[in-house]
Design a protein. Structure first.
Length: 206
């Protein structure tokens, strides 16, 4: 089974990917993980990625595709894969179709305004590593567990979240139409509980 998990930042892809990977015994492959592994091992591709990232630029499509192609050639992918964070645009999707096309594409569908609230409402504690949301703890500044100060990650500010969602709409959202045209897209309501979302995914995959 070859799967792609689509969804905006904060839609719950990482959580669902972990469940899917375990249930169906599929390697969970994210571009971030591939980048880190190649840089750590200083592979020829990793050296190229590091050079790009050191300049503050995003990894170009051609290099990202090469990294994914190399990862999919490994033995643990012989029975399938679960891609999370790739493809990010139509160019990458077209390249993947030539390398090893997916069987199904699961899109975690959720209103972007709700995602913004999900992300910007997150609070964390540096002392005990607690993670909370204002919907459950209210607008408090101290950790319910240890009493230390709660902070907002720099990636969770309104400005950063709006920018990430804008990039998603321009680059990644068109993938929904791309895979819909291929008859591979399955929309799953991402605004339900984690268990409900996973149960719906399992129902879809059979």
């Amino acid at each position: 089974m070859k799967l792609i998990l689509l969804g905006a930042p904060g839609s719950g892809k990482g959580t669902q990917a972990a469940y899917i990977s375990e249930k169906y015994d599929l390697p969970h492959i994210s571009t971030g993980e591939i980048f880190r592994e190649n840089i750590k091992e200083m592979t020829p591709l990793g050296v190229k990625v590091k050079a790009v990232m050191d300049t503050g630029n995003l990894c170009p499509d051609d290099l990202t595709v090469e990294l994914v192609k190399e990862r999919l050639s490994k033995p643990d992918c012989k029975n399938g894969y679960l891609l999370d964070g790739f493809p990010r645009n139509i160019y990458q999707a077209s390249a993947l179709d030539e390398i090893d096309a997916p069987d199904k594409v699961i899109n975690l569908d959720i209103d972007l305004s709700k995602i913004e609230h999900r992300i910007t409402g997150r609070r964390s504690c540096a002392k005990c590593n607690g993670s909370y949301h204002v919907d459950f703890i209210g607008n408090v500044n101290t950790c319910p567990n240890c009493g230390s100060e709660l902070t907002i990650r720099k990636d969770d500010t309104v400005e950063v979240v709006k920018e990430r969602l804008a990039v998603y709409e321009v680059q990644t959202a068109p993938l929904i139409d791309y895979y819909k045209a291929q008859g591979k897209l399955v929309n799953v309501d991402g605004d339900k509980s984690i268990k409900e979302v996973f149960d719906e995914i399992v129902k879809v995959l059979g």
